[in-house]
Design a binder for this molecule. Structure first.
Ligand SMILES: C[S@@+](CC[C@H](N)C(=O)[O-])C[C@H]1O[C@@H](n2cnc3c(N)ncnc32)[C@H](O)[C@@H]1O
Length: 130
């Protein structure tokens, strides 16, 4: 498992690439309209921002287990459309069917029990794209 601890280092290393990938991933997901979306393994908030860029009225909740990343995403995306919380993809801390879709970008290779994470995503939403 990769060591994710420094959000500034992540931005320089991987975040600049995931920022290129995220808008393409959002369009690939075919979300279709503004809604309430879950970004699982949100990291520094790259995918959440791409969703909001595509759908101005979208509400995005990001979950991420690393506190420094959650703090970074909150500081970077100060807007009521975004919410970032500590959370594990293998035990998503929301009721079933809380979201229109659950998305995960560059996450599943990091999760010890990826099938469990996909199942949790499926319970949280109407659609899963990972
Ligand atoms: C390669 S980064 C991708 C971050 C972001 N989605 C992006 O595209 O920039 C993987 C992220 O998954 C997070 N992560 C690792 N294990 C996780 C788990 N069990 N549940 C949720 N997120 C996890 C890491 O902390 C890291 O922020």
């Amino acid at each position: 498992m990769t060591d994710f601890s420094n959000p500034q280092a992540y931005e320089r290393w991987m975040g600049r690439w995931s920022a290129c990938l995220a808008p393409l991933f959002v369009r690939f997901a075919g979300l279709g309209s503004p809604g309430r979306y879950l970004d699982v393994g949100a990291g520094t908030g790259v995918l959440a921002r791409a969703i909001a860029d595509e759908f101005g009225d979208a509400e995005v909740v990001g979950i991420e287990p690393v506190a420094s990343y959650v703090d970074h995403a909150r500081a970077r995306l100060r807007d009521p459309r975004f919410r970032f919380e500590l959370g594990d993809a293998q035990a998503i801390p929301f009721d079933n069917d809380s979201f229109d879709a659950a998305l995960a970008l560059l996450l599943l290779q990091e999760v010890p029990d990826a099938p469990m994470a996909v199942g949790e995503c499926a319970a949280s939403r109407a659609r899963v794209v990972a």
